[in-house]
Structure formats: structure tokens, C-alpha cells
Design a protein around this ligand. Structure first.
Ligand code: SME
Length: 168
């Protein structure tokens, strides 16, 4: 497989951000060509996002296991391993299956601080045939780092991952 690592994407203006997420989606598509293993693809997706998207200090998956989340493939500092559905931003995402956009993590009741550098957070549900398989968690050291355009961009990239992957 030949694959050019993504350069840091330009997110300095709304137009640049939109274009950058288009590029990220295309890079995800090319990255998964010929590989459908869930563990490999989730690991690659985390690495792609963490290295291409600016102002992140953590990017990765928590896998849905009964009523708790268990740490999956990720990039960043070591993190808490198990998160019950009733706890934290990730738990709220798993419970509601709705994207959680948190501009200031200190203002979110029950936020779990894995890295004191984190200031804002975005968590998206990963649904396969309507069933929750994981959440994708992004942390930033910048307050208010994420907006609806980021949520849409990551959601489109996750759609590519879901389609390209055989889920065990
Ligand atoms: N902040 C998350 C916990 C996971 S770490 O950020 C990697 C939460 O509140 O659920």
C-alpha cells in the first residue's frame, strides 16, 4: 500500500476547515483500501486524525461493551480504561447516541479528566446498522476548539470507517 501521511490540515477559516475535512474523508477512504479488519482500521483512523488535525491532545475510540465503555485504539497520553455509560462526556454520548460538543470541559458536570491539558471535547457515536459499537473521542488543549463543522467533518470520516470495516 502506498499512502502519503496527511500534512497538518488548515482549519484557520470556515472555508479552509470545510475543505480540510473533505481531504480527511478522502484520505480515510484511501487508507482503508484493501483492509477491513476493525482493529487495524480503528488504529489507523486514530493515527490519521491525531496527526492531520491541528490542536488535539487525544483522539481515539472507546468500545461499547454492555453498559460500559472500554478503551480502544487511540493516540495521545494513557487514558482511563473503563467508563460506565452514566459517567463523563463519553458516557453521555454512549447513553444518548448523540454527538457531544463540549466547549469547556470544566463546565460539563461529571467530565472525566484523563489529561489536565484538555479544555474542550467532541465525542461522536459510532453506529453500525443502528447499533452502538463505539464512541470516537477528541480532546483539545484549546477552549472552544470544536464547532458544528468539526462534528460534521468527523461524522463524515466515521461514515467511511464504518462502511470500510468488518465489525467483529
Ligand atoms: N473526558 C472523557 C474521558 C476520556 S478521555 O478524555 C480520553 C469523558 O469525560 O468521558
Amino acid at each position: 500500500m502506498s499512502f502519503e501521511p496527511a500534512p497538518s490540515l488548515d482549519m484557520s477559516t470556515p472555508e479552509a476547515k470545510r475543505e480540510s475535512y473533505g481531504l480527511l474523508v478522502a484520505q480515510a477512504r484511501s487508507l482503508f483500501e484493501g483492509e477491513r479488519d476493525w482493529l487495524a482500521n480503528l488504529a489507523q483512523f486514530s493515527a490519521l486524525v491525531f496527526n492531520a488535525v491541528p490542536e488535539l491532545n487525544w483522539a481515539g475510540f472507546y468500545m461499547a461493551r454492555a453498559e460500559e465503555l472500554v478503551l480502544g485504539p487511540f493516540q495521545g497520553k494513557v487514558a482511563c480504561v473503563r467508563i460506565p455509560f452514566e459517567r463523563g462526556v463519553c458516557g453521555a454520548c454512549a447513553r444518548t447516541q448523540v454527538v457531544q460538543l463540549v466547549p469547556d470541559v470544566h463546565a460539563f458536570p461529571g467530565h472525566i479528566a484523563c489529561d489536565s491539558a484538555s479544555q474542550s471535547e467532541l465525542v461522536l457515536p459510532v453506529l453500525v446498522n443502528g447499533q452502538l459499537r463505539a464512541v470516537f473521542d477528541l480532546d483539545s488543549p484549546v477552549l472552544g476548539r470544536f464547532d458544528k463543522e468539526d462534528a460534521l467533518g468527523f461524522s463524515n470520516a466515521l461514515d467511511v470507517l464504518v462502511e470500510a470495516t468488518d465489525w467483529a
